[in-house]
Design a protein around this ligand. Structure first.
Ligand code: ATP
Ligand code: MG
Length: 791
């Protein structure tokens, strides 16, 4: 058969080609943003398979998000021209879940374990902190969960912690007790938290070398993207997986029919898998989650004989964008200087903008997006980044009003909504009857007259008799409760049993689809009916969300014809920050800077480039905090291919207050001639020339005058009476749903003034008026909420 080799290597530069073709045991590719690290990893996988050096099933590739995994799989398949089934391309978490489900029994769990997300974890910790009165000692849920997470990322469990803890310190004793109870609760609920997924897999491999050997034998080639953001637990996992297999264990495997002879060397050892890692220490942005930059720095020491390949050509961005990125990151000391260059040409200048408020800034972003779009750029090639989720409020408000299609990546929070958590809790209670958290959640949801006292009674009955909460529910008759309450518990119990029978894959008729099980639970429990018949207007939206979840289960069934209830629950619990449920194209993407890692867009809007946001105020006290924030800024800049917009506001509404904002220190680090600062578009018209002097003073000046500009700016902003700062966000909650509009009508808009409707498109609540304003140009407005009146 003709080799795809030429196609696989086509267009690669010599260093990239070397990285694809190298065949030693360990390879480190270090390079700046956009130099083709991820592309090289992808081609390397394809090349290994294409040259018959590996079966797809011998490949384990680790990406940072599920989305990146899907993309990599599709690229490999496109390069090979066929499907490469059996390849594991996934995140650390997904790979570990697969291993743990198979091997759960070895570590005292069953394969139907639940995965607790951060919300579940917080709920559990909250209860423990309350039970132990630990809040009186100053313990907070966030503090405790952060500390537990950190310990787990360092592979420290309760016993290890107890050994090193100072037991004469009441704080430490209390924390130890919380940690112990938390661990116990997870264990009895047959549940893992997110960090456990990695650390428990490491413990599993260490405790059971024969189990580890199964995976060491299977995965002959391990490749890791974004290696700079691995933490100690993840690093250890890779070490375990790339360990050689000792002769005695190799013999065992051979006897079980798992052939290893071909892999063994002269003395009977099966050498460890080949390991390829790629990373950029300038893009390390997860230190707060325990990511350890040393993993990359010390790679050569950890894997002796490792080959290091440097990539220096950037294929993503224009020279102007790259120069800005290089100039910014050069301010971090303690780093190796990289010579990143591009052949793309200078491109356009970076555009800078200072708005009066976050709202003003958002209007600028929306206007510029419309201009890009009018000039032929697809919405899907445009992204807007921000440091904190709170910043989306102003952006969304304006985007909706301008009828600009957008989606928020990672921030969907869909699965965090109460009604979705309730519905999921029903499914979890069916899949994993040990999960007390799920059972307690649904016990009186919808209301069935089972109060908190009864719940506590069930809990202590279970504890006293050494049975699970679920078994206590079955036993409700022996608790001496009133007949009504007893009945309610038994009914719920029977409902769960019936649903479990439906979901059981070993049943004669096979398992019913997840959608059917869910619908059954929602109907029979009365949950959906309670939402539908409620007088709370929000419950209508909640019912719609629940129906959306049913749609998700149906879509799951289409994509995973063999997938059962547990597969569905796994998939949902692993929806990571950068992953979206609905990957609809044709929309502008909004996301946090952390989520943006590894992605690229033609045009990037980096908003809120202000002190306290970027660097974030929380980073100030952290050692290395401002340097990490600078890397985050660097990650943001380097996502842009052609156009980069940096924007900020002079005042920012946060925590219900409007505070004066200062330009970020990082802006001064960008050479002045790279940025073209624009005027605030609203300043001349709607505010009648009242713009602060300092704003003018700063704009033409190419560099921020730290001494003059910022101080004047702050003073000028404070001089302005508060009432003059418009808070249009709250002022525009309105409903024009019934407003009749047609082409030719004249309207008045509170911000844009008078204009004429040129067309009306869309239907119902999505009707959009296209308006030619006398002063503000053409705009598209969502009629339902636009602040307009017909003249
Ligand atoms: P990041 O550090 O942001 O993760 P990266 O180093 O992983 O970046 P890639 O995403 O692999 O970089 O590549 C950046 C862009 O350059 C992609 O659009 C990719 O297709 C393109 N690219 C990479 N190598 C080449 C090449 N040899 N010729 C043309 N385009 C290339
Ligand atoms: Mg990459």
């Amino acid at each position: 058969a003709p080799s795809a080799d030429d196609a696989l290597l086509a267009g690669l530069n010599p260093q990239q080609r070397q990285a694809v073709e190298y065949r030693g045991s360990a390879l480190l590719i270090v390079a700046g943003a956009g130099s083709g690290k991820t592309s090289v990893l992808t081609r390397r996988i394809a090349s290994l398979i294409d040259r018959r050096e590996a079966w797809p099933s011998q490949i384990l590739a680790i990406t940072f998000t599920n989305k990146a995994a899907t993309e990599m799989r599709e690229r490999v398949q496109a390069l090979l021209g066929n499907t490469a089934d059996g390849m594991w391309i996934s995140t650390f978490h997904s790979a570990c879940v697969r291993i743990l489900r198979r091997e759960a029994e070895s570590i005292g769990k069953t394969a139907n374990f639940t995965i607790y997300d951060s919300g579940d974890t917080r709920a559990l910790i909250k209860r423990i902190v309350k039970d132990l009165d630990a809040d009186t000692l100053g313990f907070t849920v966030a503090g405790v969960s952060g500390k537990i997470s950190k310990l787990k990322n360092e592979l420290s469990d309760v016993e290890t912690y107890a050994r090193s803890a100072n037991l004469s310190d009441p704080q430490e004793v209390m924390f130890l007790e919380i940690f112990r109870q938390y661990t116990k609760a997870l264990r009895s609920a047959n549940a893992f938290d997110f960090d456990d997924l990695i650390s428990e897999t490491v413990f599993l491999f260490r405790a059971f070398p024969r189990v580890a050997a199964l995976y060491q034998r299977r995965f002959r080639h391990i490749l890791v993207d974004e290696y700079q953001d691995t933490n100690h637990a993840q690093y250890s996992l890779i070490r375990e997986l790339t360990m050689p297999i000792a002769p005695a264990i190799a013999d065992d495997l051979e006897q079980q029919g798992l052939h290893v002879r071909a892999l063994q060397d002269a003395v009977g050892v099966v050498p460890g898998a080949s390991l390829t890692v790629v990373g950029d220490s300038d893009q390390s942005i997860y230190a707060f989650r325990g990511a350890d930059i040393r993993n990359i720095v010390e790679f050569e020491r950890d894997f002796p004989g490792a080959k290091v390949v440097l990539l220096e050509q950037n294929y993503r961005s224009t020279q102007n964008i790259l120069s800005a990125a290089n100039a910014v990151i050069a301010n971090n000391f303690d780093r190796k200087d990289k010579k990143l260059w591009t052949a793309v040409g200078d491109g356009e200048k970076i555009v800078g903008f200072t708005g009066y408020s976050g709202h003003d800034e958002a209007q600028f972003v929306a206007d510029e997006i419309e201009k890009l779009h009018a000039n032929g750029m697809d919405y899907r090639d445009i992204a807007v980044f921000y440091r904190t989720n709170a910043q989306t409020r102003a952006l969304e408000e304006i985007f909706i009003r301008s009828a600009l299609p957008y989606r928020i990546m990672g921030g969907t929070k869909f699965y965090e909504r109460a009604e979705i958590k309730d519905s999921m809790a029903y499914l979890i209670a069916v899949a994993n009857p040990d999960d007390m958290l799920a059972l307690r959640r649904i016990l009186n949801t919808p209301k069935r007259g089972i109060g908190p006292a009864t719940e506590t009674q069930l809990g202590s009955y279970a504890g006293d008799n050494g049975i699970t909460f679920r078994e206590a529910m079955r036993d409700a008759g022996s608790l001496g409760l009133g007949p009504k309450v007893t009945n309610a518990i038994l009914q719920l119990s029977a409902l769960l049993d019936e649903a479990a029978a439906k979901a059981d894959p070993t049943a004669p008729a096979g398992a019913s689809p997840v959608a059917d099980v869910l619908t059954f639970l929602l109907d029979q429990s009365g949950y959906l009916e309670a939402l539908r018949s409620s007088r709370d207007p929000q419950d209508e939206a909640r019912a719609e969300n629940v129906e959306e979840l049913v749609a998700v289960t149906k879509e799951f069934a289409r994509n995973n014809p063999d997938g059962g209830l547990i597969d569905f629950l796994t998939e949902v619990s692993l929806v990571a920050a950068a992953d979206e449920i609905d990957d609809s194209s044709g929309t502008v993407s909004l996301m946090t800077l952390h989520t943006a890692k590894g992605l690229e867009y033609d045009a990037v809007f980096l908003t809120g480039v202000e002190e306290d946001l970027l660097p974030h105020r929380m980073s100030a006290g952290e050692p290395g905090g401002p340097a990490e924030e600078r890397r985050l800024f660097y990650v943001g800049i380097t996502r842009a291919k052609k156009r980069l917009f940096l924007s900020l506001a002079m005042t920012r509404a946060q925590f219900g207050e409007t505070a004066v904002a200062m330009p970020s220190r990082y802006l001064q680090e960008i050479p002045a001639d790279l940025i073209d600062w624009k005027q605030s578009p609203g300043s001349a018209t709607s505010r009648g020339g009242t713009q602060p002097r300092a704003l003018n003073a700063r704009r033409p000046g190419s560099r921020w005058g730290e001494e003059t500009g910022q101080r004047n700016f702050g003073a000028a902003a404070l001089d302005r009476p508060k009432a003059e700062w418009p808070n249009r966000i709250t002022a525009t909650v309105r409903d024009n749903g019934d407003l009749e509009l047609a082409a030719g009508d004249r309207i008045r808009h509170t911000d844009f003034g008078d204009g004429r409707v040129t067309a009306v498109t869309g239907e119902g609540t999505k009707r959009v008026a296209h308006v030619q304003f006398e002063k503000a140009g053409t705009k598209k407005l969502l009629i339902k909420i636009a602040p307009i009146e017909k003249l």
